[in-house]
Design a protein around this ligand. Sequence first.
Ligand SMILES: CC(C)(COP(=O)(O)OP(=O)(O)OC[C@H]1O[C@@H](n2cnc3c(N)ncnc32)[C@H](O)[C@@H]1OP(=O)(O)O)[C@@H](O)C(=O)NCCC(=O)NCCS
Length: 159
Amino acid sequence: MRDLKADMKVELKDFSEDYADILADIIMDAYQDFPEYGEPNIKKAKKYINWLKNHSTFFKILFVDGEPAGFIVADANWKSLDGEKVGEIHELAIRKKYWGKGLGKLLLESALEHLKSQGVKVYGLWVGTKNRTAIEFYKKYGFKPVYNYVKWLRMEKRE
Ligand SMILES: CC(C)(COP(=O)(O)OP(=O)(O)OC[C@H]1O[C@@H](n2cnc3c(N)ncnc32)[C@H](O)[C@@H]1OP(=O)(O)O)[C@@H](O)C(=O)NCCC(=O)NCCS
């Protein structure tokens, strides 16, 4: 695993409404290679950010050298399609120019730690079936493909 660069100042901050526009922009940037898994426009992206706000127990924004670079949203009180209680990673998005620097790992690990502290034993998420970057990334942290639904792949990790 690449280490975070020593000269990179990394901070995590809680979500606040002040960041809603910036986060919508990060969604549009992060999904530029796979627009079918992102949002069609900035207006829809803002609605999605609002949905995330209302379905989260953990919503952290990552700043690199003072600039918002990505975010993660997790929910300790989710239920999977088959009704099992799971800790859900609803979103993880990083601006493309920041990929490959260990920042996704940092965000995912912080969310998994939160979910674990809430008693979660099963972690789940949906990822686009053609989004190899993200699928390989999640596999690295113990997520396994469990089933497909339309254009989405369900991945889960068990304690
Ligand atoms: C998926 C995403 C969050 C990964 O973030 P990242 O900051 O680039 O990931 P990291 O640098 O922390 O990578 C951690 C490890 O994941 C693996 N990984 C990351 N990208 C990979 C790729 N393209 N192929 C294979 N493995 C990859 C690597 O093994 C890496 O470890 P290494 O440094 O030893 O090579 C980022 O690409 C992203 O925001 N994508 C767009 C949005 C998205 O798809 N979100 C997930 C949808 S649910």
